[in-house]
Design a protein around this ligand. Sequence first.
Ligand SMILES: N[C@@H](CCC(=O)N[C@@H](CS)C(=O)NCC(=O)O)C(=O)O
Length: 214
Amino acid sequence: MAATYTLYGAGGSGAAIVEAAFALLGVAFRGVDAASWEPGPGRDELARANPLTQIPTLVLPDGSVLTESAAILVHLGLAHPDSGLLPADPARRAQVLRGLVYVAANCYAAIGVIDYPERWCRDADAATCARIREGTKTRLHHLWDVFADTFPAQPFLTGERPGALDLMAVVVSKWSGARAHLATSRPAFSAVLARIEADPRVAPVLARHWPPSS
Ligand SMILES: N[C@@H](CCC(=O)N[C@@H](CS)C(=O)NCC(=O)O)C(=O)O
């Protein structure tokens, strides 16, 4: 069998970003169920590939490991220049790269604090963890407001078609109450997220990760 991509991931995780990218590309991949919070052989394999044991982690057909959702999207976009994952126009592409790093460095990083406050504050008790979570959530919602004000949809965040920035934004905004916040604070941006979710290639991936009944 020809070498293929191997994607480590779990339901409701950032692996949905990369699965949706493969759906836009029409490229097959092998999925391995793995997450730091799920003990088992998948996690052991993931830890060998990515010392942070984080998902998404992608093993490329040449066997090299690619982590960091933004880097994975940029790599796939460059490897498939006609896919529309990244804009061809350099000025537009620059803004998409800016947006990808913005979401990874600001929003996704904040989720890591909300999920694991004890990693960021030595000897934090439950009350301290709750305060860290609460403050980070408020900051996260502000970060999304700024994102919405900074990256106009044309009509998608990547351009005329859904692409890398759309996938990053639609998945990372699923967490920590960002959607409920944006529905009131930035309704036009919420409508853009809904438009991305409705794409027939993206919708089944999101439905698998976030089943409608859940
Ligand atoms: N910087 C990474 C963050 C990835 C990340 O935090 N993934 C979460 C799941 S959505 C994870 O694996 N968390 C488990 C952990 O940190 O132990 C990226 O942009 O891909």
